[in-house]
Design a protein around this ligand. Structure first.
Ligand code: C2E
Ligand code: MG
Ligand code: MG
Length: 714
């Protein structure tokens, strides 16, 4: 502390005292000022504040106490030390002096050494006080400046669009963050302090700790990572994070700067969408459609399944565009694409190839599936479009190609489908056409057949024919096989091979099969009460009746409805239908057997069933397939198989019937080898009810073995 020369004000009403003090102090090197009374002193101090005041107590006017109080009450002068000069040495005078603010006392007459000491001490004290005062002002200024800095920094932090968060690695808690962080995450400031970085992160705690520790170890600093953070409501936002680790003493702080990139992500998605999707309809564009087709074809090649490609072109689009304007044209395309999407399954691909051209990919679909979808599209177009309040009829021409029949690569398939589409246009529009001509014919015929069969079910177009089964020992008719016929309007009587496979594929056979069981049972019931009497009827049962239908229910109901015994009904099943779903089939057949129903295996010998296998089923009868009977007298193999079947059946206590017996020689052979029954043209073809009843009433018989007479020749 280098101190300038101190100025001391001497206040005393006695001139002599003033002079003495001046002399003493000047001798010590101080500057002196003097005042003769209190008022003078205050005026002088107001002009120039001294470093110390020597103040007499007893003065006319303002006394020393009053002057001291005044000075100490004023902040500008309160720090100036005061030594009171007094002749009074009593305690009350000192106390009054201290109360008024004086720092020291000096008793008259003055002792020079004491004066010098007191003055020096007080001046030092003042100097120190002044220093402290200045210092705290400086400190205060510094703090103020820092606070402003900090405030400015915080404002800047809060104003940044990025969320900034400081995390303590040791306790994994937030120690600071800016307003953007609160806003981004949806928390109030106090709330965010209560959750931790794991709460807002999508990964588990260990994952986050791993990242932090890597940063602390010096890895991954200055890296931008894309991730997501969880908002208070649980929703996720896409962010880009920049992190760094900062050491504070023994503590590691992780500073994370997060930028919300949701908009950028959306823009990226939009861009990708734009490059792959058609802006007008939102459908995949030509490029994406090709990619999808290629992908589907690769899968189809692996899986060995078909893929159909449909090329669709609106028929009157040009007209609409030219007469009603492009805006209406666009509207039509939009509406059309909506209907198109409704016509396909979720696995199928739809695309707009350009203009009014659309295309479909039907995975795992061949000609039939493609034709069905093409028809669906035509049906979807049968309702007029509402364009600007006008109802407009629009049709489409559709070309179809199928992988692998027509081609196996995307380019060829699309090109061929396009060609087929032109063919459809040439054929008069509003239709579809296959790339392969024969497919056209086949598929159209098949579709027509399916449609007609649906109608046949609804319109009761089916009838049963009956073919007699004859017991060889007696020559008498012991049963009948009910055989389905279709009286198709405009086609006459249609034989089963033309329509049964379609009934089976479409599942209609379940419905028709129930009808056959009901109709045959009804006939048994009717005959029971007539002169024909009890006669067994066999009905053919398709595999799907066992799998999808309620065969037991159908049979039990038919028996009950017509009050007939179970043994009058026989079910003919093929080996292949027994193979499907064995356990359930055995259970069903056993249940039916409980009701007395007879079970026979039709077309036996063609299905390679083993004996052991057949034993598991409750079978009453084997029907030797017509294929073995045909050449039984000329082909030793067929004869051997027939004999084996007869032997095997008998050893299993089953009956044997030969079907397709056409000649006396076949009959003779079968009779000779103990076949139980025969069925075939030799005795009678399948007959309509009236004709059948005729021969039943006539009691037509097979001639006895040694008669050598022709069948029916009574
Ligand atoms: P299937 O059950 O083996 O019936 C015997 C077939 O042989 C009948 O043909 C019958 O007319 C024919 N047939 C009878 N005797 C002779 C003969 O001496 N020579 C020749 N060449 N053929 C003879 P259909 O009536 O055309 O029936 C064919 C097949 O259709 C049946 O074979 C059966 O598998 C199926 N079917 C017929 N009706 C039904 C039915 O109601 N339901 C089911 N699921 N299938 C049926
Ligand atoms: Mg049969
Ligand atoms: Mg048969």
């Amino acid at each position: 502390m280098t101190s300038p020369i101190a100025t001391i004000l001497i206040v005393d009403d006695e001139a002599q005292n003033r002079k003495l003090l001046e002399a003493l102090l000047q001798a010590e090197g101080y500057l002196t000022l003097s005042a003769a009374d209190g008022e003078d002193a205050l005026a002088s101090i107001a002009q120039l504040a001294p470093d110390l005041i020597l103040l007499d107590i007893m003065m006319p006017g303002m006394n020393g106490y009053e002057v001291a109080s005044t000075l100490k009450a004023n902040p500008a002068t309160a720090h100036i030390p005061i030594i009171m000069l007094t002749a009074l040495i009593d305690r009350s005078a000192r106390l009054a002096g201290l109360k008024s603010g004086a720092e020291e006392f000096l008793t008259k007459p003055f002792d020079r050494a004491e004066l010098s000491l007191r003055v020096r001490n007080l001046l030092r004290l003042k100097e120190y006080g002044d220093f402290l005062k200045n210092y705290s002002v400086i400190l205060e200024q510094q703090v103020q400046a820092r606070t402003v800095d900090l405030q400015r920094f915080r404002t800047a932090m809060d104003a940044t669009a990025d969320a900034i968060m400081l995390v303590s690695r040791s306790n994994m808690r937030f120690i600071e963050f800016n307003a953007t962080a609160c806003k981004m995450l949806g928390y109030a400031r106090d709330e965010l302090f209560l959750v931790n970085p794991v709460t807002i992160s999508v990964g588990p705690r260990e994952y986050l700790e791993g990242i932090y520790d890597a940063l602390i170890a010096g890895h991954g600093t200055n890296q931008l990572t894309e991730t997501q953070v969880r908002r208070v409501d649980g929703s996720l936002i896409e962010v880009e994070v920049h992190r760094l680790a900062q050491r504070f003493g023994s503590e590691w702080i992780i500073v994370s700067v997060l930028r919300d990139i949701s908009e950028r992500k959306q823009a990226q998605l939009r861009l990708q969408h734009l490059s792959h999707y058609d802006a007008l309809t939102g459908l995949p564009n030509r490029r994406l459609f090709y990619e999808t087709l290629k992908h589907t074809l690769a899968q189809a090649a692996d899986g060995g399944w078909p893929v159909a490609v449909l090329y669709i072109d609106l028929d009157q689009f040009k007209n609409v565009n030219e007469t009603q304007g492009h805006a209406i044209g666009d509207e039509l395309l939009g509406q059309f694409s909506n209907r198109l999407v409704q016509c396909v399954g979720v696995r199928d691909g739809v695309g707009r190839l350009g203009g009014d051209e659309f295309a479909l990919i039907l995975a795992r679909q061949g000609q039939q599936g493609a034709a069905l979808v093409a028809n669906k599209i035509r049906e979807a177009l049968s309702v007029p479009f509402d364009l600007n309040g006008h109802a407009v009829d629009v049709t489409a021409s559709i070309g179809i190609t199928v992988h692998p029949d027509d081609a196996s690569d995307a380019d060829s398939l699309i090109k061929f489908a396009d060609t087929a589409m032109y063919r459809a246009k040439q054929a008069g529009r509003n239709t579809f056409s296959f790339f392969t001509a024969q497919m056209n014919v086949d598929v159209l015929a098949r579709l027509e057949l399916e449609e007609a069969l649906h109608k046949a079910c609804d319109n009761d177009e089916f009838v049963l024919y009956y073919q007699p089964k004859v017991q060889l020992s007696s020559g008498r008719v012991v049963g009948l096989e009910a055989l389905l016929r279709w009286r198709r309007p405009g086609h006459g009587l249609v034989a089963p091979y033309e329509f049964i496979p379609v009934l089976e594929e479409t599942g209609l056979i379940v419905r028709v099969g129930s009808w056959v069981i009901a109709t045959a049972s009804k006939q048994i019931g009717l005959w029971l009460g007539s002169s024909i009497g009890p006669l067994q009827i066999a009905v053919n049962v398709a595999a799907r009746q066992l799998l999808d239908g309620d065969l037991e229910g159908d049979v039990i109901k038919a028996l009950a409805d017509n009050h007939i015994a179970g043994h009058l009904l026989e079910l003919e099943l093929t080996e292949s239908s027994l193979m499907a779903n064995t356990e359930r089939t055995i259970a069903k057949l056993q249940n039916l057997k409980q009701h007395g129903v007879q079970i026979s295996i039709d077309d036996f010998g063609t299905g390679y069933s083993s004996l052991a296998y057949l034993r598991r089923f409750p079978i009453d009868k084997l029907k030797i397939d017509i294929a073995f009977i045909r050449d039984i007298t000329t082909n030793p193999d067929d004869a051997a198989i027939t004999l084996a079947i007869i032997g095997m059946a008998h050893s299993l206590k089953m009956q044997v019937i030969a079907e397709g017996v056409e000649t006396a020689a076949q009959l003779a052979y079968l009779r000779e080898h103990s076949c139980d029954q025969i069925q075939g043209y030799y005795f009678s073809p399948p007959l309509a009810l009236a004709e059948l009843e005729q021969i039943l009433l006539e009691q037509k018989c097979l001639p006895a073995a040694d008669d050598g007479q022709e069948a029916g020749a009574d």
